[in-house]
Ligand binder design. Structure first.
Ligand code: F6R
Length: 236
C-alpha cells in the first residue's frame, strides 16, 4: 500500500485528479469505479475543470458507481440519490455517454458480471467512512462479498444525515459493490481528508487486517494508493 501525504486537501486533490486524468488519457476506454460523498466533490470539480481546459474526451469511458440508496423513487431526479449527485458534480459537465454509466440497484442483479464483461475495473476510487467502511461495506462485511443490498449502520446513517433534512429521511438500506468486487480493480485510490478520518486511517495503516475495519483489506491489494491530507494522516 502506497501512502501519499499532502499539506492540504487542495494538493491532495491535484494529485488524485492527475492520476485519474493520466489514466483516462492513456486508456480512453477505461472502466472506472466511482465513489460519492463529500470527499469527492472537490475532486469531481477539478476533473470537470481539467476536462474543459485540456479538451478531454470521456465518451468511451465506462463508469460503475460503488453504491446507491435502496428504495429511492426516481433516482435521477431525487436530490438525495447518488445518481443525482453524480449528474450534478461530474456527469453533466463532461461528454460521458448515458449508456456507459452504471449504478447498483435491484434491477441490476448482475453488477459484478457486468463489470467483468467490460474487462473489469481499471481504477476504483474510494472514500472511507469514520468506521472504516469502503463503499457501503460496513464493519463485519465479508472480504468475499460481491455487489448486494445491505443495511446501513447507525453511524453511517448519522454521518450521512448531513445531506438530508433529518436523520429520519436517510434510507436504511443501500446497494453496494462488495469488497471482492473492489479488490478485483487493477488500481485503487482511496482519498481521506480532515481530522474526522484520522482514526480510521490509523486503524487501516497501523493495525492488522480485520473485518472490523473493512478498508484494512486494501493491504492485500497490490496497487493501492492512499491520498491523504495532513489532518487525515495526523495519527500515522
Ligand atoms: C460513497 C461511498 C462511501 C463514502 C464514505 C465517506 O459512494 O463509497 O464509502 O466514500 O462514506 O464519505 P464522505 O466523503 O462524505 O466522508
Amino acid at each position: 500500500m502506497k501512502i501519499l501525504k499532502f499539506r492540504d486537501k487542495k494538493e491532495a486533490i491535484e494529485k488524485a485528479s492527475t492520476i485519474i486524468i493520466d489514466l483516462i488519457k492513456k486508456n480512453p476506454k477505461a472502466v472506472l469505479g466511482l465513489a460519492t460523498g463529500g470527499t469527492m466533490v472537490p475532486l469531481y470539480k477539478k476533473i470537470a475543470k481539467e476536462y474543459k481546459k485540456q479538451n478531454l474526451d470521456f465518451s468511451k469511458l465506462k463508469t460503475f458507481n460503488l453504491d446507491e440508496y435502496a428504495g429511492i423513487k426516481d433516482p435521477l431526479t431525487n436530490r438525495n440519490s447518488y445518481h443525482y449527485y453524480m449528474d450534478k458534480n461530474i456527469f453533466s459537465k463532461v461528454n460521458i455517454q448515458k449508456r456507459n454509466i452504471n449504478f447498483p440497484s435491484a434491477s441490476e442483479p448482475d453488477y459484478d458480471k457486468q463489470i467483468k464483461r467490460v474487462g473489469g475495473l481499471d481504477l476504483c476510487l474510494l472514500g472511507i467512512g469514520r468506521n472504516g467502511h469502503i463503499a457501503f461495506n460496513e464493519p463485519g462485511s465479508s472480504f468475499k462479498s460481491i455487489t448486494r443490498k445491505v443495511k446501513l449502520t447507525d453511524n453511517t446513517i448519522k454521518a450521512n444525515s448531513r445531506f438530508f433534512r433529518s436523520t429520519k429521511q436517510v434510507p436504511r438500506e443501500a446497494y453496494t459493490m462488495g469488497i471482492s468486487t473492489i479488490l478485483k480493480s487493477k488500481k485503487i485510490i482511496l482519498l481521506a481528508f480532515g481530522n474526522k478520518k484520522a482514526k480510521a486511517i490509523k486503524k487501516v495503516v497501523k493495525e492488522k487486517v480485520s473485518k472490523r475495519v473493512p478498508a484494512s483489506i486494501l493491504h492485500k491489494h497490490n496497487n493501492t494508493t492512499l491520498i491523504l491530507d495532513s489532518r487525515a494522516a495526523s495519527l500515522i
